[in-house]
Design a protein around this ligand. Structure first.
Ligand code: FPP
Length: 255
C-alpha cells in the first residue's frame, strides 16, 4: 500500500482497540455485585465482535485485564479468571465458525496452567481463520509491551547479531505486539474516563481517540457505529498540513 493510499484509506478503521470500562459501576447501579457487570460485559464483547465481522474490520483488540488489575480485591480477580476460562470454553466454537482468529496478548505466565492450556488450544484451533483477528489483552500493559520488545533486541545486541544503531523505529515496531496486523486506527474507551491506562502505548501513536460515557455492558451497535462515524469524519494528517492532505485526496480522486 502506498503512503498516499494509507493516508486516505480511512473510510473504516482497520484496527479498533477498546478499553472496556464501566462494568463494575453498571452492576453497582443495579445493586448487583461487580462480577455481574463483567458477565454482562461478555454480551457486549459478542456484539462488538459481530459488528466488526459484519463491517469487515480485520482487527479488534480488547483490554480484558491489565497488568495493574491484579491489585483488585482477590475475589474479583478470581471471578474474572473463572469468567475468562468459562468464556474461552463456551465461545471458542462460535468464534471459529465465524472465521475469527483469537490472539491473546500479554504476559500469560501469571495465569493458571488450565487457563494457559485453554488459551493455547483456542489459539491453535482458530489460527487459520481470516475473517477477523480478535486480540484479547490479558495481563497486558503498554509499558510491558515496549520493555518486552527492548529485551528481545537487547539479547540480539548482546549476542552480537544486532548493531545498536540498527535499532530504528521500523525495527522496534516489528518487536511490538500485533506488528503483523493493521496499525491501530481507532481507540475507544467506554465508561467516561479520559485516559489510556497503559493500554496500547506504542500502537496508539497515531490512533484517533474516542472517549464515550456509555458503560461497557451498554455498548451496542449504535454506540459502536457512532464511534466509527466519528472516526470516519476526522481528517488524519499524520504530521502533514490539512492543505497537503486535501491535495493528496484531490490527486487520488483525479487519478
Ligand atoms: C473494566 O471495568 C473491565 C474489566 C477489568 C474486565 C473486562 C472483562 C470482560 C468484559 C469480560 C470478558 C472479556 C473477554 C474478552 C473474555 P471496571 O470493572 O473497571 O468497571 P468500573 O470502572 O465501573 O469499576
Amino acid at each position: 500500500m502506498s503512503e498516499q493510499t494509507k493516508v486516505l484509506n480511512n473510510a473504516l478503521p482497520q484496527h479498533v482497540g477498546i478499553i472496556m470500562d464501566g462494568n463494575g459501576r453498571w452492576a453497582e447501579r443495579q445493586g448487583k455485585p461487580r462480577v455481574w457487570g463483567h458477565k454482562k460485559g461478555v454480551d457486549a464483547v459478542r456484539r462488538a465482535v459481530s459488528l466488526c465481522r459484519k463491517l469487515g474490520i480485520p482487527s479488534l483488540t480488547l483490554f480484558a485485564f491489565s497488568s495493574e488489575n491484579w491489585r483488585r480485591p482477590e475475589d474479583e480477580v478470581s471471578s474474572l479468571m473463572e469468567l475468562f476460562l468459562f468464556v474461552l470454553q463456551k465461545e471458542v466454537k462460535a468464534l471459529h465458525k465465524n472465521q475469527v482468529r483469537l490472539n491473546i496478548i500479554g504476559d500469560l505466565s501469571k495465569f493458571s496452567d488450565k487457563l494457559q492450556q485453554n488459551i493455547a488450544k483456542a489459539q491453535e484451533l482458530t489460527s487459520g481463520n481470516t475473517g477477523l483477528t480478535l486480540n484479547v489483552a490479558a495481563n497486558y500493559g503498554g509499558r510491558w509491551d515496549i520493555i518486552n520488545a527492548s529485551q528481545q533486541m537487547a539479547k540480539q545486541v548482546a549476542a552480537g547479531s544486532l548493531a545498536p544503531e540498527a535499532i530504528t523505529e521500523e525495527l522496534f515496531a516489528k518487536h511490538i505486539q500485533m506488528h503483523e496486523q493493521p496499525e491501530l486506527d481507532l481507540l475507544i474507551r467506554t465508561g467516561g474516563d479520559i485516559r489510556i491506562s497503559n493500554f496500547l502505548l506504542w500502537q496508539a501513536a497515531y490512533a484517533e481517540l474516542c472517549f464515550i460515557e456509555t458503560l461497557w455492558p451498554d455498548f451496542d451497535d449504535q454506540v459502536f457505529a457512532d464511534a466509527i462515524a466519528s472516526f470516519v469524519s476526522r481528517e488524519r494528517r499524520f504530521g502533514c498540513t490539512g492543505a497537503q492532505i486535501r491535495e493528496l485526496a484531490a490527486g487520488t480522486v483525479q487519478g
